[in-house]
Design a protein around this ligand. Structure first.
Ligand code: ADP
Length: 712
C-alpha cells in the first residue's frame, strides 16, 4: 500500500534491508526495515490509529538515528495522513508542518509541493479557507518556478475545489478550466476528463443544467475515446447523477446501469455499492419502491466496502423508504441501525435526521417517552449543527470577503491607472497641441505687417499675458493634478508589494517592477513638464546675478549624479554678472551641466565659462567630454520630448533643453551647440548684457523679423 504513495518505496526497501529495531515493546516489527514498518502502519491506521502511530514513531526514531531526512519526512507525512484519515485534523496539520520543515531542509521541491497540497486539503477540511488558498497558491508558484506541470494541475484543481466548497462556483469553474488546460498541455487526458466531471457537477450546483449536461457529455465522449473502462464507468456515474438532477430519470437509469455493468465486470465492489444506491435513489424518486428496496438491499451486501458515512446513509435511506411503504417496524430497525453507525463515527447530520424520524415514529405510536428522548437528541444535534454551520458560513463569508476585497483593490488600482493614463495622455496631447500650435503660429506670422503696427504691440502684450496665464494654468493644473493620482498609484503598488508580494510569482513581480518603473518615469516627466510650464509663463527678470553664485545650489541639486559619476565641474574664479532671474540662470545651467554629466561614458569633466563678448552680449559656455551629438540634429534637440537614439538607455524626458531654449528666448538670447561625436559637446548661450523688458524684446524681435509672439 505504502509503495503507491511513496514513489521511491521500492528503492528505499532495498536500501534498508539490514535495519533492525531496538524497541522491545513491538517485537513484531523488530526485524523490519523502516519502509516495511511504514507499510505495516499504513495498513493498520484506520483500525488502530494508536498502534499505527507507535509504529511510525519507531520508524522515525530510527530515521533520526540514521539522520535520514527523507525517511523523517515520510514518517511525519504518514503521521499527518493517519490523523487526517481519522478526522483529527489539527494533529494532522502539526505533523504536516513538521514534514514541510524536513522537506525544506532537504531543499526538495517535489516533497515541498506534496506537503503544500496536503496542507491545503487539510485546511479545507478544517474550514480554514484562506490557508487553503495560500497553500494552493504557494504550491502553484513553486510548481511554476520549477515548471512542474502536474503539480500546477493539482494546485489549480485544489483551488477549484476550494471555491466549489465555499459556493463561489464561477471562480471554481475558472480554476478547473486552468487545471484542465495544464492537464491538456501535459497530455493528461485522465486529468482533463476528471476536471470536466468536476465542472459538470459544479454547473449542476448553479442550476445550469444545459452546460452541466454538455460538459459531462464531452467528458464521456473523451473517456470513450481515450480512457479505460473504469474512468468511463466513473463518468457514467456522474452523467447519471446530472441527468437525474435534471429529472431525466430514464436516461439517468440507463447511464447508471451501464456504469454498474462495468463496475461489476471489474469487481469494483465499493463502486458497485455506490452505483446501486444511486439507482435506488432514482427509483425511489420515481415511486418504484420495490425496485428501490431491492437495490438498497443489494447494496448492503457490499457493506464491508462502503465507508461508514455511506453505510449509515444507506440505512437511513432504507428507513425512509420503509416509511413511505408504511412498513414502520422495518423503518424503525433501519433507522436505529443508521443512528448506531452514525453515533459510532460521530456523523452529526445523520444522528440528527435519524433521531427526528424515530421521534415521529414513536410519537405516532403514542410512545411519548421514547419520542421525547429522540426529539431532544435531535434538537441538541440540530443546535450543534447550526452553530457549526454558522461558523463555517462565517469562515466562508470571511474568505470570500477577503478575496473580493483584494481583487477590488487591484481593480481599483487598474481603474485609477487607466484613468490616470487617459488623463495623462490627453493632458500631454493638449500640451503638445499648444506647443506646436504656438510654434507654427510664431513662424507663420507676417512680421512685416506687424512691424508697421507698433500700436498693437501693447494690446498683444496683454494678450500674451492672458494666453500665457491660460497656458500656465493649464499645464500647471495638468501636471500638478496628475502627480496626485500618480503618487497614489505608486503608494498602492508599494502596498500591494508589501502585503501580497510574497504570493506573487516571478512573472508578477517583474510586472510590478515595470509598473513601478513606469510610475517613476511618468513622475519625472510630470516634474519636468511642470517646470517647463512654469518657466514658459514666467516673465524675464533683471536680477544682477554673478554667474558663479548659482553653482553651489546646482551642485546641491545634482549631488547624487555628481557623486555617482565622480564628475568634475570646473569654472574660472572670476565670472561676470548677468542681468537675469536667478531661478532662470540656475535652471539653464543645471540642465546643461546635468546633460553633460549624464551623456558621458567616462569620468565627466564639465567646464563652465562666461565672458563679455562686447558691450552688448555675454557668452556663456558649458562644455563636456561626453558622447557628443551628431551636429546634423541641429536645432531639433531643443524640441520638446526630443531625445537622440543613444540617450534612450539613460534617464531623461527630453524637456531639459526645451526649458533652456525657453529661458534664453525670454531674454532674447541665443542657444546652440558644437560637438564632435565621441569627444564631447559645448553648449553656447548668448545673452544681452543689458537688462531689457519683455516688451522691449518683442519690439526688437518684431523689428528683426525674429518674433516670439504668443498665441492669441
Ligand atoms: P533629456 O534630459 O531627456 O536628456 P534634454 O532636453 O536635456 O532631454 O536633451 C535632449 C537630448 O539631447 C538628450 O536626450 C540627448 O540625446 C541630447 N543631449 C543633450 N545634451 C547632451 C550632451 N551634453 N551630450 C550628448 N547628448 C546630449
Amino acid at each position: 500500500m505504502i509503495s503507491c504513495l511513496l514513489a521511491s518505496g521500492q528503492v528505499l526497501a532495498s536500501q534498508l534491508s539490514s535495519d533492525s529495531l531496538k524497541q522491545s515493546d513491538y517485537p513484531e516489527v523488530a526485524d523490519k526495515t523502516i519502509v516495511e514498518i511504514l507499510d505495516i502502519s499504513y495498513d493498520l491506521h484506520r483500525e488502530d490509529l494508536a498502534k499505527a502511530l507507535a509504529y511510525v514513531d519507531i520508524a522515525l526514531e530510527r530515521s533520526h538515528e540514521k539522520e535520514n531526512l527523507l525517511y523523517i519526512f515520510y514518517g511525519l507525512r504518514y503521521k499527518g495522513l493517519y490523523y487526517e484519515n481519522n478526522n483529527q485534523l489539527e494533529s494532522a496539520l502539526d505533523e504536516y508542518i513538521r514534514a514541510l520543515e524536513a522537506a525544506k531542509k532537504q531543499d526538495n521541491n517535489e516533497l515541498i509541493l506534496t506537503i503544500y497540497t496536503d496542507l491545503a486539503i487539510t485546511h479545507r477540511k478544517v474550514g480554514n479557507y484562506q490557508k487553503t488558498k495560500d497553500y494552493n497558491l504557494k504550491a502553484l508558484e513553486l510548481a511554476k518556478q520549477i515548471d512542474h506541470k502536474q503539480a500546477m494541475e493539482i494546485s489549480y484543481h485544489g483551488l477549484g475545489f476550494l471555491y466549489e466548497t465555499i459556493g463561489d462556483y464561477d471562480k471554481a469553474i475558472e480554476m478547473y478550466l486552468q487545471s484542465m488546460e495544464v492537464a491538456d498541455a501535459l497530455g493528461n487526458t485522465e486529468g482533463v476528463i476528471t476536471t470536466m466531471q468536476n465542472i459538470g457537477i459544479t454547473y449542476t450546483k448553479v442550476n445550469n443544467q444545459n452546460l452541466a449536461l454538455e460538459t459531462i457529455d464531452k467528458a464521456y465522449q473523451l473517456a470513450l475515446e481515450h480512457a479505460d473502462s473504469m474512468r468511463i464507468a466513473n463518468v457514467l456515474l456522474d452523467y447519471g447523477n446530472i441527468l437525474a438532477n435534471n429529472k431525466e430519470y430514464d436516461k439517468a437509469l440507463k447511464k447508471l446501469d451501464q456504469s454498474l455493468t462495468i463496475f461489476k465486470k471489474s469487481h469494483e465492489k465499493s463502486s458497485i455499492a455506490r452505483t446501486l444506491v444511486q439507482l435506488a435513489d432514482i427509483h425511489t424518486e420515481k415511486g418504484a419502491y420495490e425496485y428501490a428496496q431491492n437495490l438498497f438491499l443489494q447494496s448492503l451486501t457490499y457493506s464491508s466496502y462502503i465507508n461508514s458515512g455511506d453505510y449509515a446513509d444507506l440505512y437511513y435511506k432504507l428507513g425512509q423508504l420503509y416509511l413511505k411503504k408504511k412498513q414502520i417496524n422495518q423503518a424503525e430497525q433501519a433507522l436505529q441501525k443508521s443512528v448506531k453507525i452514525a453515533e459510532e463515527h460521530n456523523l452529526k447530520d445523520l444522528i440528527q435526521e435519524n433521531n427526528y424520524s424515530l421521534y415521529k415514529i414513536y410519537a405516532e405510536q403514542g410512545l411519548y417517552e421514547k419520542a421525547l428522548k429522540h426529539l431532544m437528541t435531535s434538537s441538541e444535534t440540530k443546535n450543534y449543527l447550526l452553530n457549526e454551520d454558522k461558523t463555517k458560513r462565517i469562515a466562508e463569508m470571511q474568505f470570500r470577503f477577503d478575496s473580493e476585497k483584494s481583487e477590488k483593490e487591484i481593480q481599483l488600482l487598474k481603474l485609477r491607472q487607466n484613468r490616470f493614463l487617459l488623463f495623462g495622455i490627453s493632458g500631454l496631447f493638449i500640451v503638445l497641441v499648444f506647443f506646436f500650435g504656438y510654434t507654427i503660429r510664431i513662424k507663420g506670422k507676417n512680421n512685416d505687417q506687424l512691424a508697421n503696427k507698433n500700436e498693437e504691440i501693447q494690446a498683444q502684450n496683454i494678450k500674451l499675458k492672458e494666453s500665457n496665464e491660460v497656458l500656465k494654468q493649464f499645464a500647471y493644473v495638468a501636471a500638478h493634478d496628475l502627480k496626485e493620482p500618480l503618487r497614489n498609484i505608486g503608494s498602492f503598488i508599494n502596498l500591494i508589494q508589501i502585503k501580497y508580494g510574497q504570493q506573487f510569482n516571478e512573472e508578477a513581480n517583474e510586472y510590478m517592477g515595470f509598473v513601478k518603473n513606469g510610475v517613476k518615469r511618468l513622475n519625472g516627466l510630470l516634474t519636468d513638464l511642470l517646470e517647463y510650464s512654469q518657466i514658459s509663463s514666467q516673465a524675464p527678470e533683471n536680477d544682477k546675478v554673478v554667474v558663479g553664485d548659482v553653482l553651489p545650489s546646482i551642485r546641491r541639486s545634482l549631488r547624487e549624479l555628481i557623486h555617482s559619476t565622480d564628475a568634475i565641474i570646473d569654472c574660472p574664479e572670476q565670472l561676470p554678472t548677468l542681468c537675469i532671474s536667478r531661478t532662470h540662470l540656475t535652471q539653464l545651467l543645471q540642465n546643461l551641466i546635468s546633460n553633460g554629466i549624464k551623456f558621458c561614458d567616462r569620468q565627466p569633466i564639465i567646464n563652465l565659462d562666461c565672458y563679455r563678448e562686447n558691450e552688448q552680449f555675454t557668452l556663456l559656455s558649458v562644455s563636456d567630454n561626453g558622447i557628443g551629438i551628431d551636429p546634423s540634429y541641429g536645432e531639433k534637440i531643443f524640441n520638446l520630448f526630443h531625445r537622440l537614439d543613444r540617450a534612450t538607455e539613460r534617464e531623461g524626458t527630453g524637456i531639459g533643453l526645451t526649458i533652456c531654449k525657453n529661458i534664453v528666448d525670454k531674454y532674447n538670447g541665443e542657444i546652440w551647440f558644437e560637438s564632435k561625436e565621441g569627444e564631447g559637446s559645448t553648449f553656447f548661450v548668448r545673452l544681452p548684457a543689458q537688462a531689457r523688458t519683455l516688451s522691449d524684446a518683442i519690439v526688437e524681435n518684431n523689428q528683426q523679423n525674429n518674433l516670439l509672439l504668443p498665441v492669441n
